[in-house]
Design a protein around this ligand. Structure first.
Ligand SMILES: C[S+](C)CC[C@H](N)C(=O)O
Ligand SMILES: N[C@@H](CCS)C(=O)O
Ligand SMILES: [Zn+2]
Length: 342
């Protein structure tokens, strides 16, 4: 437990880790899309969560690949794992909760294997990696791509969203991750829901809030990103605020906007720049500038703008993370530290 029994300062705790990691921590890359690259069939409403039941060894392998690529934080396979989703596939409630816990345990197991027998050359001298439990947004559960629109329908209330997320959060927190990664949040309402749930449930595990954006100014729903980030800023249990699964070209501006409303560490893990088409479960290149080179060439800029944790999301791979790790570790950005001198 990072906070012990003392006052809650999640941002301070994570800042300490980032400092130990050299001033900028490396987050892993896409998990679901990398499982697909290994042959997993994710044409399914459970998406990557399907593998928790059918192929946990493959999940462990992808975590290991990311650790070997240099990741300081690995994110569990629970993005689209929900009790309701598993139950709709015939799992009992207990089995569904066990699958959620398994996502964290598989990541922890990968970390143990890595420490015992992995190729540690890319992580030499760095603190043991953190395991973040992924909490995908409600849009992920809907499996209609609404984590990229934020449109949950007019009848969706804050209470409904809280009821949807509460038990999953409790179960994932109970599995003992080092962090909770609230990912791909498309609107302000869901951020408010998470902040309230963290408080009401007394969760003593640092969390990060990571939003999606389609224009570099607003969260995917159109809620201004600074208003979304301000919700995260006001919650002491939130360790970091940022953006994921968003095109690389929007990241720089988003970091600058987020920095205006919070001094918490900023986390960014963009996708490849392609767009997700829910109907076909495919990624299309609407950007014209995708690929590891284009992504990695921007890492220095993100770091100089103030990102303290940098990784990749969908359609990025261990090769991307290896290149990110090289970029943040070899380059000298002494004049502009990612984590301000404390
Ligand atoms: C991060 S997206 C590619 C995950 C899949 C999506 N939520 C869906 O199933 O529609
Ligand atoms: N952690 C998830 C995020 C999807 S947007 C994954 O990498 O699959
Ligand atoms: Zn993604």
């Amino acid at each position: 437990m990072w906070f012990g029994g003392g006052p809650i300062d999640a941002a301070g705790a994570l800042r300490g880790f980032v400092r130990e990691a050299g001033g900028c921590a490396v987050v892993d890359g896409g998990l679901g899309t990398e499982l697909e690259a290994h042959g997993a069939d994710l044409h399914d409403a459970l998406w990557s969560a399907k593998c928790l039941a059918s192929a946990p060894h493959l999940i462990r392998k992808v975590h290991l690949d990311y650790l070997e690529a240099g990741a300081d934080v690995i994110i569990s396979a629970s993005y689209q794992a929900t009790i309701e989703g598993f139950q709709s596939r015939g799992f009992s409630r207990d089995e569904s909760e066990e699958l959620l816990r398994r996502s964290v345990h598989v990541a922890q197991e990968a970390r143990r294997v890595f420490a015992a027998e992995g190729d540690r050359s890319s992580r030499r001298g760095r603190p043991p990696a953190l395991v973040a439990a992924s909490v995908g947004s409600y849009g992920a559960y809907r499996a209609d791509g609404s984590e990229y629109s934020g449109d949950y329908g007019k009848s969706m209330t804050k209470e409904d969203l809280k009821n949807f997320h509460r038990r999953r959060l409790q179960v994932l927190a109970g599995a003992g991750p080092d962090l909770i990664a609230f990912e791909t949040i498309p609107n302000k309402l869901e951020a408010q829901v998470y902040a309230e749930l963290l408080e009401e449930n007394g969760i003593r595990i640092p969390a990060w809030f990571s939003f999606t954006s389609k224009d570099g100014v607003n969260a995917a729903s159109g809620d201004p990103i600074n208003e979304c980030a301000a919700v995260a800023d006001s919650c002491p249990r939130v360790a970091a605020v940022g953006v994921n699964c968003t095109a690389p070209r929007f990241i720089h501006g988003l970091i600058l906007s987020i920095k205006k409303v919070t001094s918490k560490p900023i986390v960014v893990y963009p996708n490849s720049g392609e767009s997700y088409v829910a109907e076909t479960n495919e990624w299309v290149d609407s950007d014209g500038a995708t690929g590891t080179d284009d992504f990695v060439s921007r890492v220095g800029e993100w770091r100089r703008a103030g990102a303290a944790l940098i990784g990749g999301c969908c359609r990025t791979s261990p090769a991307t993370v290896r290149a990110i790790a090289r970029a943040v570790r070899e380059a000298e950005y002494d004049d502009i530290p990612a984590v301000a001198v404390l």
